[in-house]
Design a protein around this ligand. Structure first.
Ligand SMILES: C[S@@+](CC[C@H](N)C(=O)[O-])C[C@H]1O[C@@H](n2cnc3c(N)ncnc32)[C@H](O)[C@@H]1O
Length: 290
């Protein structure tokens, strides 16, 4: 790049810092390992989007971490369906590393991804990160896991893994859960089974008569049930759009903060909705405490 007249050309690393909006002390080695930067330190435009997205999510998580870290508390965070652990690594680098306390656990069923994350954490000296090769459900009852977790995150954890993450959060008395659900097939499958009957009972069944609507309705209904369930369990729930997630249709962000006030009306609504959609007797009702 040519220097403007009178101004010296920016050094490449200065350029990268500005363009990516990097924070002071952020690890360049980590960004290279996550392929956000090339080995030569240039910006990889494809992965850059991923960083922007994780940064965006970080804006929601950072104030929660700040609040929970008060009084020298060492926050424990479980990231479910961690994949390559972009989120966990960025959270550690931006928050846990400078703070000098707290622990992140990444839970992921794909062994090669877990091994790669373990290796990278060791190389970077991120020694308060652990990666477990197991399912979310298994991790809930693993005896070596802490009995309490402060924060649970699940970013596009597939299908019912989000529900398992909620069950984990409830079991571990999480103070906050930050969930970006992925595609969900379980409720749609139940809606499909009872569709004919529902169509005879209510004109509202038109909302899920066509297969594409069944899928979409199943997904929408799942997230509504998740929110009601969290409220019934004493969480205050905010649902918003995870802006910046342009490449994904799945950009609903559910943030649940524990208040201890269990909403009776949410329990009633949850039951009524399950009933209305012919889901009360289905195996999935137990996911929502029924
Ligand atoms: C779509 S990826 C998202 C990865 C990462 N959270 C991200 O946003 O980049 C979902 C990940 O969840 C993992 N996964 C799916 N079901 C799981 C389960 N029940 N327990 C743990 N991991 C699971 C998959 O192997 C996959 O790596």
């Amino acid at each position: 790049m040519k220097a403007r007249q009178g101004k010296p050309a920016a050094k490449p690393e200065q350029d990268v810092t500005e363009q990516l909006g990097l924070k002071p002390g952020q690890s360049i080695e980590l960004l290279k390992a996550l392929h956000i930067l090339t080995r030569e330190g240039k910006i990889n435009q494809d992965s850059r989007r991923k960083l922007k997205q994780v940064y965006h999510l970080y804006q929601f998580i950072a104030p929660i971490l700040e609040e929970l870290s008060a009084d020298d508390h060492a926050v424990t965070l479980a990231d479910h369906g961690a994949g390559k652990s972009y989120l966990g690594f960025i959270l550690y680098d931006l928050y846990f590393k400078p703070l000098g306390r707290g622990h992140i656990y990444g839970i992921e069923t794909r062994a090669p991804l877990v091994e790669a994350s373990q290796k990278l954490a060791a190389e970077l000296g991120f020694d308060r990160m652990g990666f477990l090769n197991m399912s979310v459900a298994e991790s809930t009852h693993a005896d070596f896991m802490p009995a309490q977790f402060d924060v649970v995150t699940a970013l596009h954890a597939c299908d019912t893994a989000t529900d398992d993450a909620i069950a984990f959060g409830l079991e571990k008395k999480a103070k906050a859960m930050v969930l970006v659900p992925c595609c969900q097939a379980e409720v749609a499958a139940c809606l499909r089974q009872t569709k004919a009957l529902s169509l005879t009972r209510t004109p509202l069944a038109e909302l899920w008569r066509h297969p594409i609507h069944t899928r979409e309705m199943g997904s929408q209904l799942t997230n509504v049930l998740r929110c009601l369930y969290l409220e019934a369990c004493g969480y205050q729930v905010t649902v918003t759009e995870l802006v910046g997630w342009e490449h994904s249709m799945k950009n609903e962000l559910i943030i649940a903060r524990y208040t201890g006030q269990k909403k009776r009306s949410s329990v009633e609504r949850l039951r009524a909705i399950l009933e209305e959609f012919g889901l009360s007797g289905s195996a999935l009702a137990h996911r929502f405490g029924q």
